[in-house]
Design a protein. Sequence first.
Length: 260
Amino acid sequence: MAPKKKAQKSTPKPSTPSNSTAGRLPNWPPFQPLIPQSDLSLQDVLPGQIVTIRNLWTATLCKNYVSFLSSLPLITTPGKPKKGDAVRVNDRFQIDDPAFAARLWSETALKNLVLRSVHDGDLGSDAKRKELWGGEVVGLNPNIRIYRYSKGQFFDQHYDVSNNVDFAGSPPISTKTTWTLLLYLTSPATGCIGGETVFYPEPELRKKKGKDPPPEPFVAELEVGLALLHRHGADCMLHEGREVLEGEKWVIRSDLCVRK
Ligand SMILES: O=C(O)CCC(=O)C(=O)O
Ligand SMILES: [Fe+2]
């Protein structure tokens, strides 16, 4: 029998460090199939607050991921939230996986769409882009959260806070999160009823004693493969994940990180 050493020597190095901690990190399936980036675009659905990308992931990829994610050790929320935390009733898997975050950023259309979000060629587009994203976007938060909501589960109204995140490397980069990323893997098309993410825009400052009715809530309907980004931190809108009425809602959550 050939010594093991020899076989290993000829094995090409993986292009990402994800194998270095094999066994601990999930063996995430490849992002296939995907729609060509040129067919995707970023929609400004609530300017400055919410943008979406439809079909960032295909229905097939979402379906495959739901079966893969079902094999992970999801943990049901402990009944009582910590003081100041929102009531979240769902099953969650959370992991720090810089390689997966980097793949989700670069191997999908996300990076290109976010970095080109303000048309190149526009005067001052760099500054506009920085204004929109809250700085120079470096990538996605390696802290990846997977949510599964079954019938009766929900995420009560809350604000998402900004966190400091260090990107390893030489030199390392200090960043902070500015926008939440939610990637929906299920929808009514897969039997998930309810579970919409609902945002409550703040009423305008009523300097002129306005009697306008409060702004309508913005309801983000679940859509398979849709990526939703919303501003968080100081300018976060109050929002919630409505109760799931039928089926299962699956979401992958991360955040945009900008250089500090
Ligand atoms: O699951 C949702 O629709 C919302 C999730 C959310 O608000 C969060 O992760 O902070
Ligand atoms: Fe949230």
